[in-house]
Design a protein. Sequence first.
Length: 222
Amino acid sequence: MRIDVLTIFPGIFESPLRESLLGKAIERGLLDVRVHDIRDHATDRHRQVDDEPFGGGPGMVMKPAPIFAAVEALGGSPRLILLSPAGRRLDQALARELAGEPHLALICGRYEGVDERVAEGLPAEEVSVGDYVLSGGELPALVLLEAVTRLVPGVVGREESLERESFEAGLLDHPHYTRPREFRGMKVPDVLLSGDHARIEEWRRRAAVEKTRRHRPDLTGE
Ligand code: JF5
């Protein structure tokens, strides 16, 4: 899978793409992630990527031309995504859908926003990672990148892929415990030490439902 990232802060992507699961998947050739500096596509002598808002008001707006030029320089026909609080909320179903694409391009905005003609004219699909204010689309792009690439075959080992099925079934994961059997007076549920795998599976299923009802009733339809 190929993912192009368009940003004015390419440095933000360096360590997240080098470390851990993403780094390993890139090293193994499962993912081809390319980060591009939008500023390289500015044409004026100050390499300006932002300008004052028409109609007045505070802050700056990202100019459309450098973003269009950066997209047009990519080649191929990527599905274009603009990270934006105005977009469709990223959830596991959208992550699955995007993981089925051969080529994505993620556009990261900054300043007060991005000229509307990027969404309208490219066109780029707006995707949000949640209802809070951030100062740019770079961290949302990394969130999307990790949620999507975990679903690309081979990126996550078999062990972990079974674990995530729980969320895909619309539930939170069951509680987890490791040694010691008692920590600061808190005991591990006996059933987990019993070695009875059928009872353990049943306990985990019930515990997942219970935890979901308590913490995220919206997921159970209550
Ligand atoms: C941003 C201009 C984008 O991208 C986001 C976001 C997505 N979900 N929640 C927030 O905000 C960053 C800031 C300014 C474009």
